[in-house]
Design a protein around this ligand. Structure first.
Ligand code: AMP
Length: 453
């Protein structure tokens, strides 16, 4: 889309949110964010058709948090309903990430645990509730939630909520919240039932939609390697780059940090000149690197997705996905760099144990099974360091719980570090020192490094 804003700065967001977005490493809005943000910020009701992996959560959370601004009153002003406890926790993670430089108070509510600490958190005052439909109604019926200040309501993964039989709870909820409010409904599919729900829930909605690109050019050979750890990824990358047939290669990483680390490493390995492009590089530097690469003076270009988008580079012989992209559509964009203009190309993806889940989803989107190759002999495979193994296990636990909310993994309910916040007033004890309520409020920051770098 040519009118896609290039930066989050183009939206009417405040500096607290922009700072947090920057810190999250989001360089540019995803297509669903680019479409949804201006409409939601202008106060429209929204119907969003988008799957996980498109950046849909931030598409509704940023306008919502912008509207809530700062802690105010005692009763919730925003409500997000989501089908599972796992999704509630994931959304809470994103809320914590974006609201880091505000004093907004969010509480997550879900079943499977006693309500006591959730009730205590509510009683301390709350701006935003993230909840499963059942638990929300349960606590409302107990008189623990006052809905009269609710001005914005979101339903996430509406299709899944309907599949899980939550329609009665949703209808009851709609009866007990103020009529005048902004509504956003997100769903991966737009089935007949979702349509019925959207008619009941939304008023003159604007529709925003991203459909994953399903096809990848037939001239591209796609392969993957299961790689146990980061060090092995680096060894494999070096091994491949030593092969002569890799004439002109783009190596994609998921973050600027990885792009820098990979290019620094390669730069020291006697592989010829390596250039790196990411959003922190000035425009001129980027253009210069691109020109050298295009002219064939530089064989290896390391890039993040954002930096590479929209660049017409032909005659790339190989794309190497050092990291699996978190925005699944980026896979299609990345490999589209090779096999252009009738030229054959190869796309090689390195998949670590935690990324296997995401790559599986990508294979669903491109509707094909990518051939897996065994690691070439000569690639050193060092053991996985303990901390790295733990990170993978935590991420895999999380993925399993996403698929099955009853799954109890080794890491469930691990709490993260809320971090420091220069914008937050130093004294905001808000009443008592009830630690349980606080624990509930600051929320289980289970998500970690692998979600966002
Ligand atoms: P979602 O579709 O909301 O589940 O998001 C998928 C993943 O993409 C999550 O890990 C987000 O943190 C990440 N993400 C969302 N928006 C962006 C963005 N603009 N740039 C980079 N990553 C993003």
């Amino acid at each position: 889309m040519s009118d896609t804003p290039q930066s989050f700065e183009n939206f009417k967001l405040n500096k607290q949110l922009l700072l947090a977005i920057n810190e999250a490493g989001y360089e540019k809005p995803t297509p669903i964010q680019a479409q949804a943000l201006p409409l939601a910020l202008a106060g429209h009701d929204l119907l969003g058709i988008a799957q996980t992996g498109t950046g849909k959560t931030a598409a509704y959370l940023l306008p919502l948090l912008f509207k809530l601004k700062y802690a105010q009153g005692k009763h919730p002003r925003g409500l997000v309903l989501a089908p599972t406890r796992e999704l509630v926790l994931q959304i809470t993670d994103e809320v914590n990430r974006f609201a880091k430089y505000t004093d907004l108070r969010s509480v997550s509510l879900y079943g499977g645990v006693g309500p006591k600490s959730q009730i205590e958190a509510l009683q301390e005052g709350v701006d935003l509730i993230i909840s499963t439909p059942g638990r929300f109604l349960d606590l409302y019926n107990r008189g623990e939630i006052f809905t009269r200040d609710l001005k914005t309501m979101v339903m996430d993964e509406a299709d899944k909520m309907l599949d899980m039989g939550f329609m009665p709870q949703i209808r009851s909820t709609l009866e007990v919240i103020p009529v005048k409010r902004q509504n956003m409904l997100f769903s991966a599919t737009f089935s007949g039932r979702v349509e019925v729900l959207s008619q009941e829930f939304l008023e003159f909605p604007e529709r925003v939609e991203v459909t994953p690109q399903a096809t990848t050019a037939e001239t591209i050979r796609q392969v993957k390697y299961a790689v146990p750890n980061l060090k092995t990824k680096i060894h494999l990358l070096e091994f491949l780059l030593r092969q002569q047939e890799l004439k002109r290669v783009i190596v994609f990483t998921k973050s600027r940090k990885n792009a820098e680390a990979v290019s620094n490493y390669l730069g020291r390995r006697d592989l010829g000149e390596v250039k790196v492009i990411h959003a922190n590089k000035g425009q001129n530097t980027r253009i210069h690197s691109m020109d050298l690469f295009k002219a064939g003076d530089v064989r290896i270009l390391v890039a993040t997705d954002v930096a590479a988008r929209g660049l017409d580079i032909t005659e790339v012989s190989h794309v190497i996905n050092f990291d699996v992209p978190l925005i699944y559509d980026d896979y299609v964009h990345r490999i589209g760099r090779t096999g252009r203009a009738e030229k054959d190309g190869e796309a090689i993806t390195f998949v670590n144990p935690a990324e296997a889940y995401h790559f599986d989803k990508i294979e669903g989107i491109i509707r094909m099974q990518v051939v897996e190759l065994s690691l070439p002999e000569g690639v050193e495979v060092p053991p996985t360091p303990f901390v790295e193994k733990q990170e993978y296990e935590r991420e895999i636990d999380l993925q399993k719980r996403k698929e099955n909310p009853d799954f109890k993994g080794a890491f469930h309910e691990k709490k993260g570090n809320p971090g420091t916040n220069p914008f937050k007033p130093t004294e905001k004890k808000r009443g008592n020192k009830n630690s349980k309520a606080k624990k509930n409020r600051s929320q289980l920051k289970t998500q970690s490094k692998y979600k966002n770098k």
